[in-house]
Design a protein around this ligand. Structure first.
Ligand SMILES: C=C(O[C@@H]1C=C(C(=O)O)C=C[C@H]1O)C(=O)O
Length: 196
């Protein structure tokens, strides 16, 4: 039982439940597209695709996706980079049972931001945000650390990571986006549009 609990997180509807540092709370609760917000805090924004392939959905995702058990999904994982610094590890899953017409742009996204396809489509309904504090043993914390390590950035196993997730619906399809906020996001400052 303990092993299972290490792989799951408690997901809350209110951000206060995860007791995030103030500098992260504003990112966790920001409305609209995260991509757009990150672009406003950087001269250069980039999506580094880590993989997009068939996978098993995580233990604490099946219920959120509306699938009755941890079934097979299309999984996309990326690092979002501001001025080449990784600031978000994002994990998106779509049940394999989804019809191709539910998410027509998902499979061919490449290094374009998923957000640009979700927020521009009037057929997409966005659910409420949920928040979690991920222990080092959570699969997404492990993967975020591994992605950073592959880019020469060390993150201690014991470092708690704060995440949010949101379920999107389009036609009969569901798509679950989880964003794990990396420590360096707290150092971002808005870019002033006018140059003095
Ligand atoms: C949902 C959005 O798309 C972002 C881009 C993602 C991608 O390209 O895989 C994944 C999660 C998001 O942080 C957004 O911009 O809000």
């Amino acid at each position: 039982m303990r092993e299972r609990s290490l792989r799951r997180a408690n997901w809350y509807r209110h951000v206060l439940a995860v007791n995030a540092p103030a500098a992260l709370a504003c990112w966790l609760t920001a409305g609209g597209s995260l991509t757009a917000r990150l672009k406003a805090h950087a001269d250069a924004f980039r999506v580094q695709v880590l993989h997009q392939h068939a996978a098993q959905c995580l233990a604490d995702e099946a219920a959120a996706l509306g699938t009755h058990r941890a079934g097979r999904v299309w999984e996309r994982e990326v690092l979002l980079r501001c001025d080449n610094t990784p600031v978000v590890f994002a994990h998106t899953v779509v049940p394999m049972s989804a019809d191709a017409s539910d998410w027509p742009l998902f499979s061919a996204l490449g290094d374009r931001s998923l957000g640009t396809t979700l927020f521009g489509d009037p057929m997409v309904a966005r659910g409420p945000l949920e928040y979690a504090r991920l222990r080092g043993s959570h699969p997404l914390a492990r993967r975020a650390r591994a992605a950073l390590s592959a880019n020469g950035i060390a993150l201690p196993d014991e470092r708690l990571l704060y995440a949010r997730r949101c379920l999107y619906r389009r036609r009969q399809g569901t798509l679950l986006v989880t964003e794990v906020f990396l420590p360096r996001v707290a150092a971002l400052v808005p870019k002033t549009s006018n140059t003095r």
